[in-house]
Design a protein around this ligand. Structure first.
Ligand SMILES: Cc1ncc(COP(=O)(O)O)c(C=O)c1O
Length: 406
């Protein structure tokens, strides 16, 4: 498309966008499993739309120009810290998403390691952890040291103990992992990190706004948050199970030294002091304000009620998989993200695709992956019926159809 010479009326543009939207999956229709987190709550969506409109053009770069907006961000960080039991002088910031939260944590851990004289700091990463750690290593000249999984698909603590060494900057644990929805043994990994005087980052990008409410519902959740000694950082994405539009995550640090390592300050240019706490310079305000509004609108009661529904949907999915001898659940997922395999799982996946479901794939072992959202409650009976039919009658997959990015 060339740069337009003349303008196009708004109606025509909106009609064009509607055509394009029709080519993408319906983000409310709950046939996607991952990427989007529809709640089906009209009141929440109406609120988020109104908040978004109010903060369309603000810029979170300069807290002195927009002190009201800066206070919203501080509130989101404090509310999340409270939920995850951050006490004392720690703190953190909002970022654009899980990847940026992880980048910021790795940057801080690199600075701490460098202060101890480590040249090329290492990140001990379970192989089930998100690629954002490898991205951080790539950006920040760090080294990834992979930690294999045990037979339950959790990070193998003994293997981590063999790999930790003088160059280790930080040990990573997922609460819970994306591929299998399984909790790593956070307490053991954090103890290992602590014994070596290094950081422990808990990736709660998915779990951060699910696990606290599962715990309230009586689900046995292994310890994973700041109540665990040795946990130094947590990332938690409001734009996943916090149910706000994309662009909102929180990175939290137990120690106050984070500020000096994470915040970039620069004054050697004609415009004076420039400060920025994250990768982005100018930052959209709407995700911050939406996060603030959603956390306050739903509160513990609202999130717990949503999580209760998620739990019921998850149980239906698990019971269905358990009842089908052709399928096997992978590991023991703690919440609404899970994966399963079977002898002809590619054929089952293709048959589900043909029925209009967007189940993700995993490759080790080959499997299907579902990330349940609250809105799936309305379609789960149909999904279960289709899964049974797909298992009974798998179809040959198109070559390459198993390659997906989540
Ligand atoms: C466990 C985990 N960590 C980090 C991320 C990265 O989050 P984002 O895509 O918001 O950058 C994801 C994304 O799915 C994730 O599942």
């Amino acid at each position: 498309m060339n740069f337009p010479t003349t303008g196009t009326p708004a109606d025509a543009l909106l009609a064009d966008l509607d055509d394009r939207l029709a080519r993408d999956p319906d983000v409310h229709g709950a046939r996607l499993f991952g990427l989007v987190y529809p709640t089906g709550l009209d009141s929440l969506e109406a609120l988020l739309e109104s908040v978004h409109r109010r903060y369309l053009f603000h810029n979170a770069l300069n807290p002195f120009k927009f002190p009201g907006l800066a206070a919203l961000e501080a509130d989101v960080v404090r509310m999340t810290g409270d939920l995850l039991h951050l006490t004392g002088d720690g703190g953190g910031s909002m970022t654009s998403g899980g990847t940026e939260s992880i980048l910021m944590s790795m940057l801080v851990n690199r600075a701490r390691a460098r202060a101890r004289g480590v040249d090329r700091p290492e990140i001990l990463v379970p192989v089930s952890a998100h690629p954002a750690y490898a991205k951080a290593a790539h950006y920040f000249d760090m080294e990834v040291v992979p930690v294999p999984l045990d037979e339950h698909l959790r990070a193998d603590v003994a293997a981590a103990a063999e790999r930790i060494g003088p160059a280790t900057a930080v040990v990573v644990a997922s609460a819970f992992s994306y591929p299998y929805g399984v909790m790593d043994p956070v307490a053991d990994l954090a103890a290992l990190a602590d014994a070596h005087g290094v950081g422990c980052h808990v990736d709660a990008c998915i779990g951060g706004f699910v696990l606290p409410f599962l715990e309230r519902l009586g689900v046995e959740v292994p310890p994973w948050d700041f109540r665990v000694p040795g946990v130094t950082e947590i990332s938690a994405d409001v734009h996943k199970y916090g149910y706000v539009p994309k662009g909102a995550s929180v990175v939290l640090h137990r120690d106050p030294d984070w500020f000096g390592h994470q915040v970039f300050l620069y004054d050697a240019w004609p415009s004076g002091m420039y400060g920025s706490p994250v990768v982005a310079g100018a930052r959209p305000a709407a995700p911050i304000a939406c996060a603030w509004a959603a956390l306050r609108h739903l509160g513990v009661d609202g999130y717990t009620a949503i999580t209760r529904g998620l739990l019921a949907t998850t149980r239906m999915v698990r019971n269905t998989i358990d009842a089908l001898p052709e399928l096997r659940l992978l590991g023991d997922p703690v919440g609404p993200v899970l994966a399963f395999t079977g002898p002809d799982i590619a054929g089952v996946g293709a048959a589900m695709d043909a029925r209009g479901w967007h189940c993700n794939r995993i490759v080790d072992p080959p499997g299907l992956h579902v990330m349940l959202s609250p809105a799936h409650a309305g379609v789960i009976d149909a999904w279960v019926t289709d899964l049974r039919a797909a298992v009974a009658d798998p179809v040959a997959p198109d070559p390459g159809s198993e390659i997906r990015y989540s």
